[in-house]
Ligand binder design. Structure first.
Ligand SMILES: Cc1cc2nc3c(=O)[nH]c(=O)nc-3n(C[C@H](O)[C@H](O)[C@H](O)COP(=O)(O)OP(=O)(O)OC[C@H]3O[C@@H](n4cnc5c(N)ncnc54)[C@H](O)[C@@H]3O)c2cc1C
Length: 478
């Protein structure tokens, strides 16, 4: 980008909205993708953007996108940068549009129980604003403290409360977004919609490649005053999954339900020295018929050989500490490198119908174990017809370069094991990491359909090039 073009942008925005300060731009060159972090730690910096814009309003975003279209400048939207697939990674000569100052809760509407926010509101701020009203959005991704509502929409996020409250796609009622060129797309808050394809869904998971979301209205729920926890120790992950399927298909309605295999439970509850697989169901303690559901659930669990854990602290402990994964991840993968060089901590998400889930679990776990020493798995979202699994794995090698090679191999092997077992990749979006896997996931015609959508909306390809689609302009990390 030439200095004249940059000057034109500076003149259209308030003072100090645009920075080219080397410290500011280099800290916004990437998100939390493991490969970018590991390369940065050894001094191979991800190419920084030419400038960072701190937007404070939809108008600012529209100004940036109009200017970017005129000058052919790539724009990378950035929320909380908690993404782990390289989706918010800058490309050379780009502008990073930092939305963290768009952090206002605009309205909480009591009658319909909706909350309207600017897109840069972090999950923790959202929940804090709703709490005095006794409300919650309830999805609770593990990254709640650092991720934003715009990022949730752009990556189709889910969380610990998704069984009871739905994922972000379920919560999203309306939004304002800016299209390339600066035009506004305003979708009013509507609970149901049948006027053609649902454009809210089109933008869900679009990773800043179709539009920049500036405001959103989400559905809120009455927050439970307390959870009534039911923790069980199944014989194995497999019998736990069979129990989980039955719980869901018989129509039990806990707000929270999670299944961990032995490794994942041990990691989550290391402070308690917990051993074995773990299934946790958390009901709204004041919900109608909750005691009857709890009783029935205990009976059902017994029939699957799962032992009820008498100390409810197991569940409460997990619930209170579930956001600590971000600090652990940052300690291992950030500059501190708490476990030393040659180590990568990452997650691998898959989704499958119930009938395929045991095989998918088994094959993907085996593929990960070929390379990684520690592999844990939890069921992260549960549906009537199937579930998603989030594996975590720790790779160790003697050097960072070697672990990078192992990382490429583990992802390739686990992805093909997943496909062979009839599963699909899930969680955390596509980013740079999974862009080349998209044809395997969607088929050639699926990718071509997405490409037509992208080129129809963003013919100049200025929005987040190289993510979702590999485009010639992309020159970031391989
Ligand atoms: C330890 C850890 C735990 C995690 N747990 C979960 C979890 O439980 N569930 C889950 O779903 N994810 C989880 N994640 C992944 C991550 O937090 C989510 O993908 C999250 O939704 C990203 O939000 P963000 O604001 O940080 O977005 P960013 O990382 O900043 O951006 C992600 C993508 O969205 C785009 N984007 C951001 N804001 C906008 C906007 N306003 N308009 C258009 N595009 C935009 C970016 O360009 C990029 O493509 C976890 C990550 C970590 C490190």
């Amino acid at each position: 980008m030439d200095s004249e073009a940059l000057q034109a942008l500076i003149e259209r925005l308030p003072p100090a909205a645009v920075t080219t300060h080397p410290g500011e731009v280099s800290t916004r060159a990437h998100d939390r993708w493991a490969l970018a972090l590991i390369r940065e730690a050894r001094g191979e910096r991800v190419p920084p953007p030419a400038a960072v814009v701190f937007a404070e309003s939809t108008d600012h975003v529209a100004t940036v996108l109009a200017w970017a279209t005129e000058t052919g400048t790539p724009v990378v939207a950035r929320g909380g940068a908690s993404g782990v697939r390289g989706a918010a990674q800058a490309v050379k000569r780009s502008v990073v549009l930092d939305l963290s100052r768009m952090d206002r809760v605009l309205e909480i509407e009591d009658i319909s129980q909706t909350v309207s926010v600017q897109a840069g509101v972090r999950g923790i701020q959202l929940e804090a604003a709703l709490r005095p009203k006794g409300l919650t959005v309830g999805m609770y991704p593990d990254s709640l403290e650092v991720s934003t509502v715009g990022g949730w929409i752009a990556t189709a996020a889910d969380g610990a409360g998704s069984f009871g409250y739905g994922d972000i796609g379920d919560a999203l009622l309306g939004l304002t977004a800016v299209l390339p060129g600066g035009e506004l797309l305003k979708l009013p808050a509507i609970p149901g919609m049948a006027s053609g394809p649902d454009l809210r869904r089109v933008l869900t998971g679009s990773e800043g490649a179709l539009a920049v979301i500036t405001e959103a209205t989400l559905a809120a729920w009455r927050a439970p005053s307390a959870h009534a926890w039911e923790p069980f120790r199944p014989h194995s992950f497999e019998t736990g999954a069979a129990l989980l399927k039955e719980v869901v298909q018989r129509g039990f309605r806990p707000l929270v339900i999670r299944l961990f295999d032995r490794q994942a439970a041990g990691e989550s509850l290391s402070a308690l020295g917990y051993e074995g697989a773990l299934l946790i169901a958390g009901f709204d303690a004041a919900a109608p018929a909750v005691e009857a559901q709890r009783f029935e659930l205990r009976e059902l669990a017994r029939s699957f050989g799962a032992v009820r854990i008498q100390t409810p602290d197991v569940a409460q402990h997990w619930w209170e500490h579930r956001h600590e994964g971000v600090a652990r991840y940052d300690a291992v993968m950030g500059m501190e490198r708490a476990l030393g060089d040659g180590v990568i901590l990452d997650t691998f998400g898959v989704s499958a119908l119930w009938r395929r889930l045991p095989t998918v679990y088994d094959r993907v776990r085996s593929a990960l174990l070929e390379h990684a020493g520690e592999v844990g798995c939890r069921v992260s979202s549960v549906h009537v017809s199937g579930a998603s699994l989030r594996f975590s794995f720790l790779l160790r090698a003697s050097t960072d370069r070697e672990v990078e090679r192992a990382y490429a191999k583990v992802w390739a092997d686990a992805a093909s094991a997943c496909k062979a077992a009839g599963g699909a990749l899930a969680h955390d979006g596509v980013g740079v990491l999974k862009a080349s896997m998209l044809p395997d996931e969607l088929g050639v015609s699926g990718v071509e359909t997405l490409a037509r959508l992208k080129h129809g909306i963003d013919p100049e390809g200025i929005l987040n090039p190289g993510k979702l689609f590999r485009e010639p302009r992309y020159d970031g990390l391989p």
